[in-house]
Design a protein around this ligand. Structure first.
Ligand code: XMP
Ligand code: MG
Length: 183
């Protein structure tokens, strides 16, 4: 096998391209219904949300504007602390806007909880959250996530925007890594 083959790095597929696209279409239909007659500003959190933003935006029939934020969460190692630094802020004035934050995955939920209150403090009409994936750990933080693609087990996953050392974001499915990759 080609040593540069991405597939060889994966242990198993959690959700296929088809399953992800089906669920995104369902979420888009729900969002269109909930926001009927209103414009939506979808805010993607870089870099992980790039894929879900692109697919969700194309599946929506509502009038949509797109903007991006990059944040970094201070913490020890892989543990998110909830103390967030803005690396790239929005270009859009949020006054009176209906904002939908789009995320790849919610783990502790601390980053999003901070982000939601930060955006709300800018005079928004509403702020809701849409995430492609959510881990069970997210239940520990009180955060209302209106749109969830799939609830997944507490495993490290890659693909569909999610990375390990910046790799695998470009996969059109989501899977777990084979141990040889990180051991
Ligand atoms: P919170 O604040 O919810 O942070 O703990 C969520 C962020 O943690 C990263 N994360 C992952 N990235 N595979 C990844 O590639 C995973 O399984 C995973 N779990 C958490 C991710 O950056 C997310 O935005
Ligand atoms: Mg992320």
């Amino acid at each position: 096998m080609d040593s540069n083959d991405v597939q060889a790095d994966l242990k198993h597929v959690l959700y296929t391209k088809e399953q992800i696209q089906t669920r995104i279409a369902e979420l888009a239909a729900q969002i269109d219904k909930d926001y009927e007659g209103r414009d939506i500003l979808i805010v993607g959190v870089l870099k992980g949300a790039v894929m879900v933003m692109a697919d969700l935006a194309r599946a929506l029939h509502s009038h949509v504007s797109m903007d991006w934020m990059a944040v970094s969460s201070y913490g020890s190692g892989t543990q998110s602390s909830g103390v967030v630094r803005i690396l790239k802020d929005l270009d859009t004035d949020l006054m009176g806007k209906d904002v939908l934050i789009v995320e790849d995955i919610i783990d502790s939920g601390l980053t999003l909880s901070w982000l939601k209150s930060n955006l709300e403090s800018r005079g928004t009409a509403s702020v809701e959250i849409c995430t492609a994936f959510r881990k069970p750990t997210a239940a520990k933080v009180e955060i209302d996530v209106k749109y969830v693609g799939y609830d997944i087990p507490n495993e490290f996953v890659v693909g569909y925007g999610l990375d390990y050392a910046e790799k695998y974001r470009n996969l059109d499915f989501v899977g777990t890594l084979a141990p040889h990759v990180y051991e």
